[in-house]
Design a protein around this ligand. Structure first.
Ligand SMILES: CC(C)(COP(=O)(O)OP(=O)(O)OC[C@H]1O[C@@H](n2cnc3c(N)ncnc32)[C@H](O)[C@@H]1OP(=O)(O)O)[C@@H](O)C(=O)NCCC(=O)NCCS
Length: 332
């Protein structure tokens, strides 16, 4: 799916993030499984990640991010009429984490649902929220992207354990006077789904009902490097923009080698690229909002800046969003 904005300006007016307190370093991981800081750094660029506490679930890390995003937008929770939560690690299948969050935050008028699109979930969710706001069905949407993948990892499997971390982010989408989203490109390839999957997590029975993330790293690497380029180029072209026009490139933070490959192939200078995978690992749906927050902290998200986000992950799925950053909110 690909599309450009329909003329109504919808932008991001608030951004908040949250990660669990506990830091898990590569050194500590190497006491749990047969790995080393040298192996992890050279293959992934990850130095440490955050891990949720035993009693911490998705909504516990998403709630502070949502509150921060609403504060940044100078909104009360009750002002939100749509809450989409992108995650593959909801507190439970139902009630949805979005419904739990809407209740806890105090957004009784919000439609609330969870969205499953692997690590691309946040990009899918902002495309959905954009569409509802642009169509006039929603006035103000809160999009949460977050995961606690530590809860679904096999802690004896070094090939997946070292890659992931926990974290969440949230953004408010509403009408703006300047800038806003220019377009989205989203795709899926279920045929490759078994290269990154969670068998036994749903209604299909498997002989081995243990439900942990399983991954064919090499196949996912090949897929990731392909779609990161394809999706970005296709969207820029559709929006009549070029790589040179982009001020900030926010790739999904899966692996520094994938980011480096995409950056070079697309032709972005390093200073335009946001990288924080070294500190957080791959936080799935939390990855892009966490990177946006770092870009904001570093002064990269100036009003008028053209920001390209591209995600990819389980499904297999991918997606890009192009937005002209704004701080001009339009409220009646
Ligand atoms: C996972 C990944 C880092 C592995 O790197 P790689 O260069 O492909 O490594 P390989 O899978 O070929 O494994 C090489 C060796 O390292 C070993 N190995 C795997 N994980 C290891 C670890 N954490 N520590 C030490 N050795 C490890 C393997 O067992 C293998 O050993 P062998 O040759 O004796 O069989 C890489 O494939 C990758 O980044 N894939 C994309 C994953 C991803 O981003 N997923 C999420 C997408 S949203």
């Amino acid at each position: 799916m690909i599309g450009v904005a329909n003329g109504r300006r919808v932008g991001i007016t608030g951004l908040g993030v949250h990660v669990p307190e506990r830091v898990l370093t590569n050194e500590e991981l190497s006491t749990l499984v047969d790995t080393s800081d040298e192996w992890i750094m050279s293959r992934t660029g990850i130095r440490e990640r955050r891990i949720a506490a035993e009693d911490e679930a998705l909504t516990d890390i998403a709630r502070p991010a949502a509150i921060a995003a609403l504060e940044r937008a100078s909104l009360e929770p009750k002002d939100i009429d749509l809450l989409v939560c992108a995650t593959v690690t909801p507190d439970m299948m139902f009630p949805t984490s979005s419904a739990i969050l809407a209740d806890e935050l105090g957004a009784p008028d919000a439609a609330a649902y969870d969205l499953l699109a692997g690590c691309t979930g946040f990009v899918y969710a902002i495309a959905q929220a954009y569409s509802m706001v642009a169509a006039g069905l929603s006035q103000r949407a809160l999009v949460v992207g977050g995961d606690v993948l530590s809860k679904i990892l096999d802690w004896t499997d070094r090939s997946t354990l070292v890659l992931f971390g926990d974290g969440a982010g949230a953004v408010v989408l509403e009408h703006v006077d300047d800038g806003g989203f220019l377009g989205f490109e989203l795709g899926a390839d279920g045929g490759g789904g078994r290269h990154l999957w969670l068998p036994g997590s749903g209604s299909r029975r498997f002989d081995d009902q243990e439900s942990f993330v399983k991954m064919n790293g090499r196949e996912v690497f090949k897929f990731a490097t392909r779609v990161m380029i394809y999706s970005a180029e296709k969207l820029l072209d559709e929006c009549g923009r070029t790589v040179e026009d982009v001020d900030v490139y926010v790739p999904h933070q899966a692996n520094v080698r994938i980011i480096d490959y995409a950056t070079k192939k697309l032709g972005f200078p390093e200073e335009k690229v946001v990288v924080n995978v070294d500190r957080y690992g791959n936080t799935s749906s939390g990855s892009i909002p966490l990177a946006l927050a770092d870009a904001e902290k570093d002064g990269m998200l100036k009003p008028g800046a053209l920001v390209l986000m591209t995600g990819m992950g389980a499904g297999l799925t991918w997606g890009s969003a192009l937005i002209e950053w704004t701080d001009e909110v339009r409220r009646q």
